[in-house]
Design a protein around this ligand. Structure first.
Ligand code: ADP
Ligand code: MG
Length: 323
């Protein structure tokens, strides 16, 4: 099949959202912005051999390619609306594309996000999704709004994606069920889109945990001109990871929980008078929202162990250009 047949077959669909005036098939898509809203834009690239392994299940990859972008919208408190998909593919493999788009579309539909365009080319496998969201004017939640005295929260649980990678690499062992659960977190992350939208007007700052908590919260405190103190004992983890934190694999477990990437939870800050609101939000969403520490005036990130003693060396977040 040629490029245009491929586009017709796998990407073009009748627009569902009335805001899409012109979808796939012209030189550009045309969408109608919601009056009173601002546009949130983000793009993320997944490169084979770098972000995923050759042979990764294409349906999971389609899910993940969109999930990482939805997570960025969540972190801004934005409502995801439209997506563009640029893909380089080594060959036009129908079964692969079909599965990839199944994963992509299932998640897109769940969050009311519509694919409105993209680009398709031959090359080493590389998937790049651009996402367009909306947020009421002035209501975006940035990294820079945290204030000393704010509580620091994280949604869901931390470290399972990294734990799955460690188990798959043979650096640790997990029983069958624990490995399946951790792998699900690694390969099918659930972006906290609803949480992000509901944190508008509640959170003072937010970030999605994609590179690891210490590094990502580090961005928040740096932008906010503040610091933070976190408690290891407060970190929400799966029971499999909690067992390793208490046992002789503590170093690995700390690395997973504090610096493991790919969790796609939200880390956010809010003043103490928002505690009741946040507790109600957690029950409404059936999603744990755990207070893990506080923002401090002193510009340092301190992580305390279960006895209150600061960890001397903090695990490092993933950095593609680390020396
Ligand atoms: P142009 O050459 O003008 O950039 P293309 O031939 O690349 O146009 O694309 C034709 C149409 O198909 C455009 O609307 C484009 O957005 C859409 N399209 C191409 N590839 C993809 C893709 N991978 N996903 C979604 N839409 C795509
Ligand atoms: Mg093009």
């Amino acid at each position: 099949v040629n490029e245009f047949a491929l586009i017709e077959r796998f990407f073009r669909r009748a627009p569902r959202d009335a805001a899409v005036r012109l979808g796939i098939g012209d030189d550009a898509a045309i969408v109608a912005p919601t009056p009173g809203f601002e546009i949130a834009l983000s793009v993320d690239m997944l490169v084979e051999g770098r972000h995923f392994l050759a042979g990764t299940d294409p349906e999971r990859l389609g899910h993940k390619a969109l999930a990482v972008n939805l997570s960025d919208m969540a972190a801004m408190g934005a409502t995801p609306r439209f997506a563009l998909l640029a893909g380089a593919l080594p060959a036009s493999d129908d079964a692969w594309l079909d599965a990839f788009m199944r994963g992509f579309r299932a998640l897109a539909e769940r969050h009311g996000t519509e694919l409105v365009g993209g680009d398709t080319t031959r090359g080493p496998r590389n998937l790049c999704v651009t996402i367009v969201g909306e947020v009421p004017a002035g209501a975006a939640i940035t990294r820079g709004g945290a204030r000393p005295g704010d509580d620091v929260y994280v949604s869901g649980s931390l470290g399972d994606a990294a734990l799955a990678l460690a188990a798959l690499d043979g650096r640790t062992k997990l029983d069958r069920d624990a490995l399946d659960a951790a792998r699900e977190r690694l390969e099918r992350p659930l972006p906290r889109v609803e949480l992000g939208m509901r944190l508008r007007g509640v959170a003072t700052a937010a970030i999605d945990v994609s590179d690891g908590l210490v590094g990502d919260l580090g961005h928040v405190v740096e932008r906010s001109g503040a610091g933070a103190a976190l408690d290891v004992g407060a970190l929400p983890t799966s029971s499999a990871l909690a067992a390793k934190l208490d046992g002789n694999e503590r170093a690995l477990a700390l690395q997973c929980a504090l610096a493991g990437g790919d969790d796609y939870e939200l880390c956010f800050c809010a003043p103490p008078d928002a505690r009741a609101t946040i507790a109600r939000l957690a029950s409404a969403l059936v999603l744990p929202l755990t207070r893990i520490g506080a923002i401090t005036a002193e510009r340092a990130l301190v992580v305390r162990d279960e006895n209150g003693a600061p960890l001397r060396a903090l695990p490092r977040a993933y950095d593609h250009f680390a020396p």
